[in-house]
Design a protein around this ligand. Structure first.
Ligand SMILES: C[S@@+](CC[C@H](N)C(=O)[O-])C[C@H]1O[C@@H](n2cnc3c(N)ncnc32)[C@H](O)[C@@H]1O
Length: 66
């Protein structure tokens, strides 16, 4: 996932829980770019209510920020 033109997020070796989120064309979550204390971040946010045990998904769509 591209964070900005010269920076990508690659969770091949290290990452948090979000590295396990699969793609869906009808996702229940989305990514948003936030600046937190001057640092660019990508967060995952639900698009609707997600039931306990339901898989969280988002549309990969090769998003590029920045
Ligand atoms: C960020 S990882 C997602 C977590 C991964 N499924 C795992 O078990 O570690 C992205 C990889 O998961 C697989 N993947 C993600 N969404 C998928 C989907 N809807 N159908 C099949 N494979 C998917 C692809 O191999 C993709 O390169």
């Amino acid at each position: 996932m591209s964070l900005k033109s010269d920076c990508i997020i690659d969770a091949t070796v290290k990452g948090n829980f979000s590295r396990f989120i699969n793609h869906s064309c009808e996702p229940n979550a989305e990514t948003q770019k936030w600046t937190v204390q001057g640092e660019l971040r990508i967060g995952f946010f639900s698009k609707r209510s997600i039931s306990a045990g339901e898989e969280i998904t988002f549309d990969y769509q090769l998003q590029r920020y920045g």
